[in-house]
Design a protein around this ligand. Sequence first.
Ligand code: COA
Length: 388
Amino acid sequence: MRDVAIIGVGLTKFGELWDKSFRQLIAEAGSKAILDSGIGGKEIDAMYIGSMSSGRFIGQEHVGALVADASGFSHRHIPATRVEGACASGGLAVREGFLSIASGMNDIVVVGGIEKMNDVAGATATETLIMAADQEWEAFFGVTFPGLYAMIAMKHMRDYGTTKEQLAQVAVKNHANGALNPYAQYQREITLEQAINAAPVAYPLGLLDCSPVTDGAASIVLCAADKAKKYTDKPVKILGSGQASDTLALHARRDICTLDSTVYAAKMAYKQANMTPKDVDLAEVHDCFTIAEICAIEDLGFVKKGEGGGAIEKKITTLDGSLPVNTSGGLKSKGHPVGATGVAQMVEITQQLRGEAGKRQVKNANIGLAHNVGGSGATCVIHILEAV
Ligand code: COA
């Protein structure tokens, strides 16, 4: 297998973007990444695009070809493939691009992720998102994603004594980070009292325990590592890539508080990178709900099972803690345009490892991890990156 590096990144602002179309968003993110990388359009061998449900959100399928067209590459007939794995669509697109270069098939690949979720009413967005859960066992009975993660939170509270206050502390931390990110949907801090007392959504989760409904796009340019220095003096190498699956329905898991897809994808990525969780300097984890961040830091091996809530309380994961988590603001505050999220996580880690994260820069960041989950954990994809 060949080594692969990230040589360019690009992001649109995340939020309710009424004034921009789907194709404008992906073209903006893609052109920023291409400009950042210094490659010429003629050098692109392939494109992979993560998008979860463009058919339901904007009435448009066939997104691979659309993105190549909107980016001005249709006349070059570049292979462009859409990748779907619910909220992990973006991370899976990164992995497909990575594998295509590692295999020797391609030298330079552009990966994009996009979702435009606000063109439909809130209830339609909720209905669309829950299609990523099990239709027969879950969605048919009316459960929503906040409902599924609320069940995980209830069991975590019962089994490990995790408190509503600890959940709220995840939101407070991620909003504090998002306040430093000019691309975030919510660039404002919140207090612990606001988070605890926010309007209930699905007990114990309130409004401020949830990621929002977001429009946005992200892009990265991948290159065979031995050719990367031609384009940039700051390549970021992908040391490990792991992916795993689990049951679609939550009730069929051995333990609903453990995302085994995370455990197995992490094992694969750590092994490939020849690393342990202790080697990681910072992580972007899939905090679609506050409880998801607590489960993630446990399942990734940063803390023992059941100690995630305590770790948040001890402020281990704040910007100046020993393991900063979700420095971008995470899905909670930066926003969660589902198909774009996994790519946006790679953008944040790359910027941190290059020392270009501005006010939210982590000191001495050399190794970063991106963790992207589909649904309630039926898919997980993890990448470990290193500043070269
Ligand atoms: N965090 C912080 N503020 C939020 C927010 C969130 N998650 N969601 C909405 N808001 C704010 C809005 O900006 C708005 O503020 P304003 O009145 O100052 O403009 C206000 O709350 C009401 O917004 P609205 O869009 O009417 O909220 P809603 O009740 O329709 O939706 C949720 C709130 C939590 C139900 C919705 O954000 C949601 O479904 N989130 C989960 C998304 C999801 O499941 N993703 C997939 C994960 S696997």
